[in-house]
Design a protein around this ligand. Sequence first.
Ligand code: SF4
Length: 371
Amino acid sequence: MNRELLEKFHQVAVSPRAQMDKYLAEGKKVVLTAPVYTPDELISSMGFVPMGAWGADIELNRSKEYFPAFLCSIVQSILELGMKDEYKGASALVVPSLCDTLKCLGENWKYAVKDIPFIPMTYPQNRKPDYGIKFTRAGYERVIRDLEKAGGTYDEEKLAQSCKIYNEHNAAMRKLDQVLAGHPEITAAERSDIFKSAFFMTKEEHTALVEQLIADLEKSEPADEKLPVLVSGILTDAPGLNSIFDEMNMHIVADDVAAQSRQYRTDVPEGKDPLTNLAQKFADMDNCSVLYNAEKPRIQWIVDTAKERGAKGVIVVLTKFCDPEEFDYVMIKRACEDADIPVALVEVDRQMKEFEQVRTNLETFRDILTI
Ligand code: SF4
């Protein structure tokens, strides 16, 4: 196994500020992109490097001047980092309107972090009908106008080219997810680094590294199987959490994590108008707690994927105070139990220092699965 390559993913994943400084030193402009889905293809086509801003595992102090304690810590930590000048040098922050907490972020950001403009991306709930696609397209037009004020230039040809680059990255990440399912020697921590680093690199750079890793893995002999599990949630990048997965000898054979595979399931379709194609991509997306689906196909997706990948159990990693995920959990639990797939729920947030409750929970779950 190419340890150097894994170390490269790790270094990028743990040092987003160094990546940002590198791009700024190269004369590039950086635009921050908040969870969960932002039009990165468009942002990149206008001459910016989109960098994921999903917060960090830090103590929250100054953000409390703006947010009550019962909002998810991902959003609170984004504001905390902004107020501490950790994002200094960014040209803008794009925030999608996909949950109530995110809607509050932009409004507070305008007052708390005055030197980085906030750009809203307002998505429709009903994204699939024609009127929904037109609404999304109009939202992208507004983002274009705001990015132009930040120094970007819109060009249809460049957007079409950018969509191809992002589709290639999506394909590489989907393939990687499949290949990793057959390689238990890649730890949960390493898997997290590979996915997380994608937020802090240009897609061309990340695709090249991922393709190299896939080629290396395909040539190497897989280690003996560990305990195969499917992990679901918004964010699972906490080192304390991943070290417990590894300590419990668990192998993540599939994920339904918003910061991981959910990002790469849907491509931009081909068509004459690149901006409409991008809006169509959003319409085509499914199986996510923040995307409205009356029939909730996400629940069956989890059951089917767990069976298909041979997962012995499903672990739901719930970000505290995340309403969209809390609503779905009861349905996931019932559907998995009906399908004889054991489920464990662990709660995490970005301020957690002690993971002992998670350890006890997953230790018990491991024992249940291995009886
Ligand atoms: S974790 Fe949940 S509440 Fe927080 S931003 Fe994401 S979807 Fe919204």
